[in-house]
Design a protein around this ligand. Structure first.
Ligand code: ADP
Length: 342
């Protein structure tokens, strides 16, 4: 029979989730004997005991994973139909142990490399800075020009390393970042970041302003994550807004959510590209901006930071009309001060 040869554990149940059949892969993986299990509820099998199976429902949460004996399984459920009527269920446990291991090794590799790159970058930046301040003798204009180029190259690499590191660890699915929540005044965080961007914005003749609602609540948030998200949004707004434009960064309460908005009068984003840009490593190449540098990680970091706070990140935009990026932080659960940390 076809089901016997499926290499992943598979369980066939009646409509009330009583076992009718399990394949050899299931017997082997969980040390079960098919004959003995027939007629038993599916949830008597230890690894499946917490599975939220219901007679009326076939869908399982997409993020649900089952772990046992060092193996990781992603459960998939299908109805067995007789015409339109559900006569039973097929539960397939896709063995994703190898995929998880590879992701783990990849994350570990990125973690080590990004960590080790930071130290030499800091030291090279420090030496360039000393040269720029004539610490070892007066620099001539040509030397100053070269030092300036070294400085901006280092700054670009530092940002890139930081983005690779944060995209890796913030990732809601596979990231290992341990959130460190504390009472945070988001308006103050935003104000501080905007202040750092006043000079870069001025260099591009951009008008950078804030619009902060009064009496905003203090929330229990990871300030570093919020900082990295807002920094990436403002960085992008500066990158993708032509000289003379306006960028407005705002914080307000809408219903029971704190909303951070970064609005620009820049190039805008087409509806098709709006669906892609929050994915990891996605960059949209524009013929009119051939030399804009980036890694395609900024908006992934923004979305990850929002989602790890139980919120979301999204964009409203029209090509040629500018973009409005938003992060929502719900005033509930762990974002509330006094909520027990999990
Ligand atoms: P990067 O900027 O490094 O390419 P991001 O993940 O930050 O990566 O952004 C992904 C893409 O989204 C960019 O390549 C750019 O095309 C688009 N984008 C992001 N922010 C804006 C913005 N404010 N205006 C127009 N396009 C933007």
């Amino acid at each position: 029979m076809l089901l016997r040869s499926i290499p992943d554990p598979l369980f066939m149940c009646d409509v009330d989730w009583q076992l009718l059949y399990l394949n050899p892969a299931a017997e082997f993986a969980f040390g079960l004997k098919g004959m003995e299990m027939t007629g038993q509820p599916l949830t008597t099998i230890a690894v499946l005991s917490d599975l939220p199976v219901r007679a009326e429902r076939e869908t399982l949460p997409a993020e649900l994973l089952l772990e046992t004996n060092g193996n990781v399984y992603a459960p998939l459920c299908f109805p067995l139909l007789q015409g339109d009527k559900v006569e039973g269920w097929l539960l397939l446990l896709r063995d994703i142990t190898l995929v998880k291991k590879r992701i783990h090794y990849q994350n570990e590799f990125i973690r080590l490399v990004t960590h080790d790159l930071r130290t030499p970058l800091t030291s090279v930046g420090g030496y360039a800075n000393m040269l720029a301040h004539n610490a070892v003798g007066q620099m001539n204009p040509k030397q100053m020009e070269f030092i300036d180029k070294i400085g901006s190259g280092i700054e670009y690499m530092r940002t890139l390393v930081e983005n690779i590191q944060d995209a890796n660890r913030f990732d809601p699915e596979n990231g290992f970042y341990q959130m460190s929540r504390a009472p945070a005044d988001i308006a103050e965080v935003v104000q501080r970041i905007v202040k750092n961007y006043l000079i870069p914005a001025e260099k591009q003749a951009l008008h950078l302003t804030t619009l902060l609602s009064p009496n905003l609540p203090i929330i229990n948030a990871d300030e570093h994550m919020i900082d990295r998200a807002v920094t990436n949004l403002i960085d992008n707004a500066i990158k993708y807004t032509p000289n003379g434009g306006t960028i407005e960064v705002g914080v307000e309460m809408v219903d029971d959510q704190l909303i951070i908005g970064v609005h620009d009068t820049g190039y805008g984003i087409s509806p098709d590209n709006q669906k892609l840009i929050f994915k990891r490593n996605v960059r949209i190449h524009r013929a009119d901006l051939p030399r804009t540098r980036g890694s395609g990680l900024g908006l992934f970091i923004v979305k990850s930071a929002a989602q790890r706070h139980g919120g979301e990140a999204w964009v409203e935009s029209e090509e040629g009309q500018g973009s409005r990026f938003y992060i929502s932080l719900p005033l509930s659960g762990e974002n509330l001060i006094g909520h027990p940390q999990t």
